[in-house]
Design a protein around this ligand. Structure first.
Ligand SMILES: Cc1ncc(COP(=O)(O)O)c(C=O)c1O
Length: 465
C-alpha cells in the first residue's frame, strides 16, 4: 500500500482511529440495543416539565410537542429526556433518514469529528463539499436532465432563496413568481409570500407578487387540468414576460401530500416552455422519498427541470441549475454551507439512496407506502367514518382522520404522541396526518406496530365523539 501523502490521510488510517470506532460502536450497540417502546419514567417528569417550560420561555413559545430528545435511539425508536421511548414516524420532518443512532453513521460522524473544522463555508471547503456536489449533479442528471451546477447551502429556505435570485437575475426585468395553490416554500420574507398560508405571513410586508395556479384535484380530473391551464394562461397574458419562473412541488408536502399524474404537469410545462418561463421543482421534501431519487424523475419530467432545490434528507441543502442560468459572481455566497458532519452524512446517505434498492415500483420506498396503505385501507373498509385516504407517494404517507378538521388532526396527533407515535399534520381543509419514516431504518414490524397504535387511537376517539 502507498504511504499516505497527506497528514489527514495518515490520521484517518491510524489504527487507533479504527480501534476507537470499534469501541464506540460497541458502546452504542450495548446502550441503544436496550431500547424498546415505553412510557416516560415518573421520577423524571418534574425535571422534564421544568426544562420544557424553560425552553418555551426562552424561545417565546411552547414547542409543538413536549419533545426533548435524550440523544439516543435505535432505528425508528427515539428516547426522550423523560425516559419515554417512541416511534419516530416524522424524522425531524423528513430529515433523519438514517433513523436514530445509526451505527454506520456513527463511524462517519467520527470521521467528521476528526476533521479540522466544524463548519464549511464558501471561502473554505473540504473535499467532501466537492463530492456532495458531484453526487447530487450525477444523481439529478441520470435520466437526462441538464443540471450542470450545484450550489450548497444551509437550509431549504436558503436553497429556495438562492434559486429565486438565480431566476430573477436570469430573467432580468421579471418581478413575479408563479406557484401552485397550497404551496409551501419556506419561512423567509419572500418565501412566505409563495407559501399559500396567510397565517405564515401575518404582519409581513408583501415582497414579491405571486400568481397562484390551482393544483390537480383527483375528484375533478379533467376540470382541474383545465382550470390550472386557464389560470396559467391568464397570468401569463396579464403579466407578459413578468415571471421569473414557476415554482412547483410535484408532491405537495405541507400542502397535504397531494400529487398529480405526469400529464397534468406536462401540459403546464409545455405552456411555460412556450412562454420561456423557467420551470423550478422544489424537491426539498420529495427528494429521496418518491419512486425515484427526484420526483421529476419518477414523473419523467427531466427535460423540464430548469432549476431544482433539495434539502432535508440530504442534510446539506442545494440549488441545482443549468449552465444558462449560472449567475454572475457576487450573487450567491454565505459564511456557512453546512457542518462537516452534515456533509459527510450527506455523502453516505446519497450513496445509500443510489445503491440501496429504494426506487422503482418494488423498491423499499414503494414497499413502505404499501405496508402503511394496506393497513389504512383495511381500517377504512371497516370504519369509513374513521379514516379516508391514503395519500402520498413512497416514503411520504398520509391519511385523513375522522372529520379532517385541524382541531381533530391536532387531537389525533397528541393522542398518538402519548401512545408512543410521533407524526405530524399536513395541509388544511382537510388537515391530514402525515408520516415521514426514516427510510434507511424503518422495519416492517415497526410499521405494523405504529399502525396498531394508530388504529386503537382512532377507534377510541371515534367512540368518544
Ligand atoms: C417543499 C419545501 N420547500 C421548502 C422548505 C423549507 O425548508 P427549510 O425548513 O429547511 O428551510 C420545506 C420545509 O418543510 C419544504 O417542505
Amino acid at each position: 500500500m502507498d504511504q499516505p501523502k497527506l497528514n489527514a490521510e495518515s490520521l484517518r488510517a491510524d489504527p487507533r482511529v479504527a480501534q476507537a470506532k470499534l469501541l464506540l460502536r460497541e458502546a452504542l450497540a450495548d446502550h441503544a440495543g436496550q431500547l424498546a417502546r415505553c412510557d416516560a419514567q415518573a421520577e423524571l417528569q418534574t425535571d422534564y416539565k421544568a426544562a420544557l417550560d424553560q425552553f418555551a420561555a426562552l424561545r417565546g413559545n411552547a414547542l409543538y410537542y413536549p419533545f426533548l430528545g435524550s440523544g439516543i435511539g435505535r432505528g425508528s425508536l427515539v428516547e426522550l429526556a423523560d425516559g419515554g421511548v417512541k416511534y419516530d414516524m416524522i424524522s425531524g420532518i423528513g430529515v433523519h433518514v438514517c433513523g436514530h443512532s445509526h451505527p454506520q453513521l456513527l463511524d462517519i460522524l467520527i470521521d467528521a469529528a476528526l476533521e479540522d473544522t466544524v463548519m464549511q463555508g464558501n471561502l473554505q471547503q473540504n473535499s467532501e463539499s466537492l463530492e456532495v456536489c458531484r453526487q447530487l449533479v450525477t444523481l439529478a442528471n441520470r435520466q437526462g436532465a441538464k443540471l450542470d451546477h450545484c450550489f450548497l447551502t444551509s437550509s431549504g429556505a436558503m436553497a429556495n432563496e438562492n434559486a429565486l435570485k438565480i431566476l430573477f437575475q436570469y430573467r432580468a426585468g421579471s418581478q413575479r413568481i408563479l406557484a401552485f395553490d397550497h404551496a409551501f416554500a419556506g419561512r423567509s420574507l419572500v418565501l412566505s409570500q409563495v407559501t399559500d398560508r396567510p397565517q405564515y405571513r401575518a404582519g409581513l410586508p408583501a415582497t414579491v407578487p405571486v400568481d397562484f395556479v390551482p393544483f390537480y384535484d383527483a375528484d375533478r380530473k379533467e376540470e382541474s387540468q383545465q382550470a390550472a391551464l386557464t389560470a396559467l394562461r391568464s397570468h401569463l397574458a396579464r403579466y407578459p414576460a413578468a415571471h421569473c419562473g414557476f415554482m412547483m412541488e410535484l408532491v405537495q408536502g405541507e400542502g397535504g401530500y397531494r400529487t398529480a399524474p405526469r400529464a397534468f404537469f406536462e401540459v403546464l410545462c409545455q405552456e411555460l416552455r412556450q412562454a420561456s418561463v423557467p420551470i423550478y421543482f422544489d424537491e426539498i421534501q420529495t427528494f429521496g422519498r418518491t419512486l425515484a431519487p427526484f420526483a421529476y424523475q419518477m414523473l419523467q419530467l427531466d427535460e423540464y427541470a430548469d432549476i431544482v432545490t433539495v434539502g432535508k434528507m440530504t442534510q446539506v441543502c442545494a440549488t441545482l441549475f443549468g449552465d444558462a442560468m449560472n449567475p454572475q459572481p457576487g450573487l450567491l455566497s454565505q459564511t456557512f454551507t453546512a457542518s462537516t458532519s452534515a456533509l459527510l452524512a450527506a455523502r453516505f446517505i446519497l450513496t445509500q439512496l443510489e445503491t440501496g434498492g429504494f426506487y422503482g415500483a418494488d423498491g423499499r420506498n414503494a414497499q413502505i407506502q404499501r405496508r402503511f396503505c394496506e393497513r389504512f385501507e383495511k381500517l377504512r373498509r371497516q370504519h369509513p367514518d374513521v379514516i379516508s385516504g391514503p395519500w402520498g407517494v413512497g416514503g411520504m404517507v398520509a391519511l385523513t382522520a375522522l372529520d379532517g378538521s385541524s382541531g381533530m388532526a391536532k387531537k389525533v396527533l397528541f393522542e398518538l404522541f402519548s401512545a408512543g407515535v410521533i407524526a405530524f399534520a399536513a395541509g388544511s381543509e382537510p388537515t391530514r396526518i402525515r408520516f415521514l419514516p426514516s427510510l434507511l431504518a424503518v422495519t416492517d414490524d415497526e410499521i405494523d406496530a405504529v399502525c396498531d397504535i394508530l388504529e386503537q387511537t382512532l377507534l377510541r376517539l371515534h367512540h368518544e365523539q
